[in-house]
Structures are given as C-alpha cells and as structure tokens.
Design a protein around this ligand. Structure first.
Ligand code: ASP
Ligand code: MG
Length: 416
C-alpha cells in the first residue's frame, strides 16, 4: 500500500474546526487505502505566544528550557487531531518527536536531524493506524528535547518521508502551491505545476516563504518527492522535482523573488591590494552576519569600492565593524543604504536560453529603473534597486517573461 506523509501547518490546524476538517481530509485518504503519517505544527500563533511567555521572564532564555517550552505547541495539536480521527472511527495515535525516535544533535532551538528509527512508526502503520507526529521537535543522545528552528515541521515531514521511503511528502498550507511570484504583488501570478529543487531553493532563500529552506535541501538530497498544496482548496498544488524530469521546452524563467529587508553597504576608496576583500568581508561574517550580493569595482587609481548587502537588521552592526576596518586599512568611506530592494529572476532554463540578462535589463530600462548592483549565478540574476521601484520592477519583469496566468480573472467590481 502506498505510504504518504502529510504535513499540516499552523493555519491548517489553527482552530478546532480546522482540526476537524483536517481529520476529514485524512479520513478521505484512508478510505482510498493509503497509509498515512501525519505531521502537524502548533496551532497558528501558538509558538509566538510561547516565545513571548519566555521573553517575559528572561530576555535570554536558556535554550534547553526554550525547547521544552516550544515543543508543547505541537503536542497539543497531535492529541487533538487523533481525538478527531478516532471520533470518526479511524484508529490513530499521536507521538512526540522523542517517542518516534527523531534523533538530533544537541543544538537547542536549531537542532539538525541525524537519524530516525522508523520501527515504531512502521509497527503502528502495520496495525492499521494513522500515525500523527509532532513536527519541529526531536531528542538528543541524552534524552533532551530539541527543536529544529522556526518552520521546522516541514523538515520533520520531509525527514520522515525519507526515512520511511514514502511515495510523496505533501505539505498542506494556506496557499495553493508555489507561484511565479507573490500574488499579493502581481495579481496574475501563476501557480506552478512543477518546479525543480534548485529553483525552489533559490526562491525560498530569496524570500518566497512557502517552505522552510532546510526541508527543501533535505528533500533534494534524499530525493523525496515533495508537493505543496492547499488545505482549504482543491487542486494538485506544486510538485518539486528533480531537474531530469523537467522539460527542455520549459520557459527560461520560472519565478521572480524579491526581498526588501536588506541594506546595501559600500566601502569606498579601499586600497586595491591583495587581501582587502578578505579584510572587509571577514570581520563582518565573523560577527555572524550573513553577507550577500558582493561586488568589487575595477580600480582606476589604485583604489576600489566594495559593495555588498546584509539583512537590514544587521546594518548598524555592519557599519560599526566597517568603520573600524576602514580606519585600519585606510579606506575612504563607509556608506549604508537601507532603502533598497533585491529582485531576482530564477530558472534552470537560463542554462539553455540566451539573452535573459539583456531582456531583464531592457525591461528595467524601459521603466526607467536604475540598477545599482547586478550579480548572477547559473540559474539566477539578481539586481539591487531603489526600494520604491520594487513592485514596479517585479510586475514589469513578470509581464516581460510572460509568467502571467492566462486564466486570470480580475476579481471585484470592474468600474473603470
Ligand atoms: N510551530 C513551529 C513554528 O511556528 C514550527 C512550525 O510551524 O513548523 O515555527
Ligand atoms: Mg510553517
């Protein structure tokens, strides 16, 4: 019999009514003869509530106790869901991460799964039960409860699907699947039927927050077929595939991602000698600050400029570090621009289609949008622009690359 792992996120189990609806959905799959392992998140808002409780007592809560606290959210939903299933006559049992032996390292609040002992789950399935597992949590070698980082239930689901060699891992959420871009910005964004793991990783790390990035990496590594679909609406969602399965005729661009939570840092008048890039970037990353989009100018007069982006929340600390570095290495100036946005076009088709970059730049030129920084990788081109043109840029690019949904019907009254 086919085994499916299904994960329901916080919104999908946000009220008792919704938990009952999830139970109905699972019952439908059981009736079709599937073996089901369910992973659930905490009810929406619950994990944040628990974090706030901890903060009220200690603004730097001990990580071990934080995990004991945070793991309770998921424990509530597994029990309620099993009650709902049993009420419907479907045998079901709930398990914490520790009970089904999701073994992790000891890195509290951001633990990584090392191993899963699937014996318990298999015997429950063999006994004809639906197995309901608490997402986001595991146990370390010493029996301490650990959690996997915010959004970690996705990773629990993928890891279980890999361990159990499930036919598919289905992530039920509050959107229909993965879109060409954020439908709140581009009304006719289309739902993608498939996307490759590589593209999904780029889009996820660029700010399309459908799945926890780590779960996508995990699914790619263990070749777990992963599907994102809506809890609330019918439809087959988006299947995340291996590249081999994708069609060579696919369009060059799959999606457009954007991020407005970054800041651009420029160190100008840096003496152009070996080692300066390291002297500038090194202390920033040593401080645990993630550095993105790095460019260095060609030097004309023996000095150069180094520009990169960091998360906006890190910009103050970055400036402080670099002002020190600038004095040490004799650079002229450190400037920080908080009012920028990063827009990226992503697609494995870029490998086989020429002219993508020039089309992107022409589209922006036609809209009179100035590009401040450009970086490229094999399947992505990112630009940094003034924040106030971000939505315009995304819409123009979405149209230029013909990503719009041909079946899109504008909603609401058409009184133009
Ligand atoms: N409940 C956890 C969170 O809110 C884990 C999850 O939902 O995936 O981050
Ligand atoms: Mg989530």
């Amino acid at each position: 019999m086919a085994l499916i792992v299904q994960k329901f996120g916080g919104t999908s189990v946000g009220t008792t009514e919704r938990i009952e609806a999830v139970a109905d959905k699972i019952a439908g799959f059981r009736d079709r003869g599937e073996d089901i392992v369910v992973v659930v998140s905490a009810m929406s808002g619950e994990t944040n509530r628990l974090v706030a409780l901890a903060q009220a007592i200690n603004d730097n809560p001990p990580p071990r106790e934080m995990d004991v606290l945070l793991s309770t959210g998921e424990q509530v939903t597994i029990a309620l869901l099993c009650m709902a299933l049993q009420k419907r006559g479907y045998p079901a049992r709930s398990f914490t991460g520790s009970q089904v032996r999701i073994l992790t390292d000891q890195a509290h609040t951001k633990a990584r799964i090392r191993e899963i002992d699937d014996a318990r789950i298999r015997s429950e399935l063999a006994a004809g039960r639906v197995v309901v597992v608490a997402g986001f949590q595991g146990v370390d070698d010493n029996g301490n409860i650990t959690t996997l980082g915010r959004g970690g239930s996705d990773t629990t689901a993928v890891a279980l699907a890999a361990a159990l060699k499930a036919e598919e891992c289905q992530i039920y959420t509050d959107v229909k699947g993965v879109y060409t871009t954020d439908p709140r910005v581009v009304k006719d964004a289309s739902l993608l039927q498939t996307i490759t793991f590589e593209e999904m990783l780029e889009l996820a790390s660029l700010g399309a927050k459908v799945l926890q990035i780590r779960s996508v990496e995990f699914a790619g590594k263990y070749r777990v077929p992963l599907r994102v679909l809506s809890s609330f609406e019918e439809g087959s969602g988006t299947l995340i595939t291996m590249e081999e399965e994708s069609d060579m005729e696919d369009p060059a661009i799959t999606g457009i991602a954007f991020a407005r939570d970054e800041a651009k840092i420029t160190v100008s008048g840096v003496p152009d000698v070996p080692g300066v890039a390291y002297q500038v970037i090194g202390p920033v990353s040593d401080a645990g600050i993630e550095v993105d989009v790095i460019v260095q100018n060609v030097s004309a007069d023996g000095t150069t400029d180094i520009t990169f982006t960091v998360k906006r929340g890190d910009s103050r600390q970055t400036r402080e570090i670099l002002e020190r570095v600038a004095t040490e290495i004799g650079a002229r100036k450190v400037s920080v621009d908080d009012k920028i946005a990063k827009v990226s076009i992503v697609g494995v088709g870029m490998r086989s289609h020429a002219g993508i970059a020039s089309k992107m730049f022409k589209t922006l030129a036609d809209e009179n949008i100035n590009i401040q920084v450009i970086t490229t990788s094999e399947i992505k081109i990112s630009i940094v622009i003034d924040e106030k043109y971000m939505e315009l840029a995304v819409r123009a690019l979405h149209a230029a690359f013909e990503l719009g949904d041909p079946d899109y019907q504008p909603q609401g009254d058409a009184d133009d």
